[in-house]
Design a protein around this ligand. Sequence first.
Ligand SMILES: [Fe+2]
Ligand SMILES: [Fe+2]
Length: 367
Amino acid sequence: MPDSVNMLGPKKIATDVHWVGTAAGEFLRRNVYLRTFRGKGRIFNLLVDPGPPCDLEAVVKNVKSLIGGIDNLHAITVNHQDPDVGANAAALVKMHDGIVVLMTEETWRLAQYYGISRRNFHAVEKLRDLRTLLPTGQKIQFVPTPFCHFRGACMVYDPESRILFSGDLFAGVAAASLEATASSWTGIKAFHQLYMPGNDALRLAVSRIRKLDPAPLAIAPQHGGVISGDLVPQFLEKMENLPVGLDIIASLRDSVPAIISALNDSLTALRDVLGKDRVVKVMRFFHPDGSYPALFTLADDDRVVDIKAEPYAAIEALLRILYRQCPDQHKEALRSRIWNIFLDRNLPPPESALVDVDVIEAEIVEG
Ligand SMILES: [Fe+2]
Ligand SMILES: [Fe+2]
C-alpha cells in the first residue's frame, strides 16, 4: 500500500491492483479501481465502480496508461446505481462494445437509464454461487449487502489479492490519502451515519464479510482510504456497533440532553466567528418576550438549558439565522465544525440550517 498519495495518475495499491480515479472533489473522492488478472497465458482487466462523468477523462487516461486502451478492458462491476459509482459504465461500453457490465438486477433496473446497452449487462444473480470463473483461471465472488445503502448493492471480492471492493460500505469523507489510518474512522462514521439506513443492514454486511474465505486483507471502498492490516478487524467491529440513519432518528427522543449540549457547543463555534454580542442579540430574540415563540430556555450565562419545541426544528431556526450572518470565508470551516459537534454525539447534523441561502435562491432563479 502507498504511504501517501499525490493523486495524479494511477496508484498501485497491490500487485495488479491500481487506483485509477481522480483527486477532484476531494471531500467525497471517488475511488475507481483497475484489477488485472493473469493466468493461462491470458490477461483479464476488470474496472470496479467506474465513477461519474466528471471523472471520465481521468479514469480513461489512467486506464490507458496501464493497459494500453479501453479495448483491453474486459469487464466493469457496478456496486449500485448511484451516479458517482457507475454512470461511466455507459460511456466506456460505447468506447468498447466488448465490455461486460456486472451488477445485480436491482441495480440494473435503475442503472440502465445511464444508457448502458442490455447486451453488455450480465446479472450477478445468474452466476452459480455468485462467483464467476475468469478466463485467466481465478474466481471473483459477489457479496450482496442489502440496504448498504441500496437494496441491490453488491460488493466484489477478489480472493487472489484478498481485496474486498466494498462500494459505499466502509466509504469515508475527507480522506487525506488513499491509505486509511485509525483516524479515518471519523470520516467513515460521518458518511455511514448520513447515508446508511440502519445498523441492522450494517450487521448483515459485516457478518457476510466475516464469512469470506480467505479473509480479506484489505477493504477498498468507493470513497475514502483503503483499509488494511489490523484496521480491517477493528473497523469491522466498529461498524457492527455503529448507530446510523433511522437508529439515530429513533433514539433522538431520548437525546435531548445531547442535543442541547451540541447546540451550546455550536453556539460557542458561532461566537468565535460572530462575536459574543451578536450571538447574544439573536438568542435574546428567541427568548420569551411575547414577540416570538419561546423556543429556548436560557441560563443567566446565555447557555441553552431547555428546548421547548421539536428540538431540531428549533435548532435549525436558530442556527440558520446565525449562520447567514457569518462572513463567507468562515462558512465552510464553521459548517464542518458544527457537523462534527453533532456527529461526535451520534446526532444528525442540522443540515438545512447550514446552507447558503443566497446560493439556493440563485439556483432556483436560474433553474
Ligand atoms: Fe451511493
Ligand atoms: Fe458513493
